[in-house]
Design a protein around this ligand. Structure first.
Ligand SMILES: [Mg+2]
Length: 221
């Protein structure tokens, strides 16, 4: 049973694919590239995002693209919403005393705004945003919070999340609610794949029921 869960943000807890797709297409359009549709994006986009942009626009410096993206994201009209089952999953973690964290590549300022807008700050022991390559910080997070990798799972919607979990020696749990097409995600071979966080909650509930609970009062005196 896991004692600690590290969550990715976009596509795992919140659905911001609408504004991200809008902003990405604004960046691509600026350089004369055709817009991607939702499924095209889910097949091609990857983290660290500089790899995606190197493939799409190899001649343009990343800082320039980031500036365009940030402005287009702020101006986007598509809403950011809480994914179904996300709030219930966080409540469940809180009720069962699990330690929870966020590790996301999202721009730190945008992340902080969303965290407060949804009123979710109290759910997390610590959050890490604006991390371009999650593999580079995962060991530091484990050490800082003294998390045993064998009691920890990283939950995310992208192959980079699966690779990060593997790099940290923890269980990788993939959700199909986000940025990667299921076929793309399956190729990264996550330890566990669930359709959404509600399915994960049910699965962990069953496991909890299957694990006998030790009650000291049952011991003979
Ligand atoms: Mg994500």
């Amino acid at each position: 049973m896991f004692a600690n869960l590290i969550f990715d943000w976009s596509g795992t807890l919140v659905d911001d694919l609408g504004p991200v797709l809008e902003a990405t297409n604004a960046v691509l359009g600026r350089y004369g590239l055709a817009a991607l549709d939702r499924e095209g994006f889910r097949r091609r986009f990857r983290l660290p995002y500089h790899e995606f942009y190197t493939e799409m626009l190899p001649a343009v410096p990343l800082a320039e693209l980031e500036g365009h993206f940030r402005r287009a994201f702020a101006a986007s009209i598509s809403p950011v919403t809480v994914l179904p089952h996300a709030r219930e999953k966080l409540e469940w973690c809180s009720q069962h005393g699990l330690r929870t964290f966020v590790l996301t590549s999202m721009d730190a300022q945008a992340f902080e705004l969303q965290l407060d807008a949804f009123g979710w700050r109290q759910y997390f022991e610590a959050t890490y945003a604006g991390v371009l390559d999650k593999r580079q910080v995962i060991h530091r997070i484990l050490a800082t919070h003294q998390l045993a990798p064998e009691a920890t799972a990283f939950i995310g919607d992208m192959t980079h999340d699966v690779e990060t979990a593997r790099h940290g020696g923890m269980t990788s749990i993939a959700v199909l609610t986000g940025y990667n097409h299921p076929e793309v995600l399956a190729a990264a071979r996550p330890d566990l794949t669930v359709a959404h966080l509600g399915a994960l909650r049910e699965l962990l509930d069953k496991r909890r029921a299957a694990v006998p609970i030790f009650n000291p009062s049952d011991l003979p005196v």
